[in-house]
Design a protein around this ligand. Structure first.
Ligand SMILES: NC(=O)c1ccc[n+]([C@@H]2O[C@H](COP(=O)([O-])OP(=O)(O)OC[C@H]3O[C@@H](n4cnc5c(N)ncnc54)[C@H](O)[C@@H]3O)[C@@H](O)[C@H]2O)c1
Length: 297
């Protein structure tokens, strides 16, 4: 099948370029994104068809830009007109050097003694993240997760209106969820094309995810947010983001365990310095159990 071949070839090409077909670990500071449209440092109005391209922005910086945007929007709502890098970095939970580096990708360097103009910075980040236009979203798989996503009111206000819902369950098809009737799986290509859906969210069981993904791609969807624990094959022009809360929890577990190891090692060192032999505990790191995911006796 031509479509099948195209999909596999695209995946292989992406793999050869080192991009991978899905992006499971977007937080590598060195992982570049595709080139982003340039925005200028003044009013930020990048002309249509602007031939100038900004340098690639690392995935992790893109994620942080979204955080800065949320923080800055809150500040703007409260009437703030300028913000210093220290202020913004403190609220965003990022060190200020990293923040300044991130904002430099936008061509935004702030003014010494004044900082950044909030509305200008909001505009620059929105343009860079492609948020100056709406991205219509379809959710496929209206079970526990799909219901929550369809009912969540926070997406439309941030430029992501949910405009289509799909499921295979005949009991769900035609039933409104979050005010939108659920359509049948088979209608994905036609409905997505007609409603110009640009983002497809997959919340089906893993066994169904690839065929759902293929239907979304056939409907012209160019971005997939995949909650199913499976790696998807997509053509080169389609972006996939995989969400896995278990991975996030494991990362948190790692950090908690690391802090415990450090505290334990410090306590042992202190005990040794005091010449105390009462603490016979051995730091886990010394036992080669640095990930801390081991029951302590
Ligand atoms: N990434 C995460 O952190 C995370 C968290 C929770 C769930 N999940 C995953 O999200 C998915 C959904 O979880 P859930 O708890 O909502 O499951 P669920 O069983 O409640 O819902 C799945 C829905 O998908 C529908 N479905 C099944 N096959 C389909 C198909 N071919 N086309 C369209 N719809 C189809 C079912 O009818 C059902 O309504 C699962 O893959 C789960 O592993 C991921």
């Amino acid at each position: 099948m031509v479509a099948e071949r195209g999909r596999r070839n695209g995946a292989q090409a992406a793999h050869k370029r080192g991009r991978g077909v899905t992006r499971d670990a977007p937080d590598a500071d060195n992982a570049p994104t595709a080139e982003m449209p340039a925005v200028d440092a003044g009013n930020g109005a990048a002309g249509e068809g602007d031939a100038v391209r900004a340098k690639a922005i690392p995935e992790a910086a893109v994620a942080r830009l979204a955080v800065y945007l949320r923080v800055l929007s809150g500040m703007a709502d409260q009437g703030a007109t300028t913000v210093s890098s220290e202020e913004l970095s403190a609220v965003a939970g990022v060190n200020s050097a990293k923040l300044r580096k991130d904002l430099s990708y936008l061509g935004s360097y702030g003014t010494r003694g004044v900082g950044y103009e909030v509305t200008v910075l909001v505009g620059q980040i929105e343009r860079t993240l492609g948020l100056t236009r709406k991205h219509k979203v379809a959710v496929v798989g209206i079970g526990n997760l799909g219901h929550a996503l369809a009912n969540y009111g926070g997406f439309p206000g941030r430029g992501f209106p949910v405009e289509a819902l799909f499921d295979v369950d005949p009991d769900l098809v035609g039933v409104p969820v979050g005010g939108l009737p659920v359509s049948h799986l088979d209608d994905i290509p036609a409905v997505c094309t007609e409603r110009q859906i640009s983002i497809g969210v997959i919340a089906t069981p893993p066994t169904a995810a690839q065929s759902v993904c293929d239907r979304l791609v056939a409907g012209g969807v160019q971005c997939i947010l995949n909650f199913a624990p499976v790696v998807l094959q997509v053509p080169e022009h389609v972006e996939v983001r995989k969400v896995d809360l278990a991975v996030e929890l494991q990362i948190l577990s790692f950090h908690v365990a690391r802090r415990a190891d450090i505290a334990e090692a410090a306590a042992s060192a202190q005990a040794a310095a005091n010449g105390s032999s009462s603490d016979s505990r051995v730091p886990m790191t010394k036992l080669g159990l640095g990930n801390g995911l081991v029951e302590r006796s």
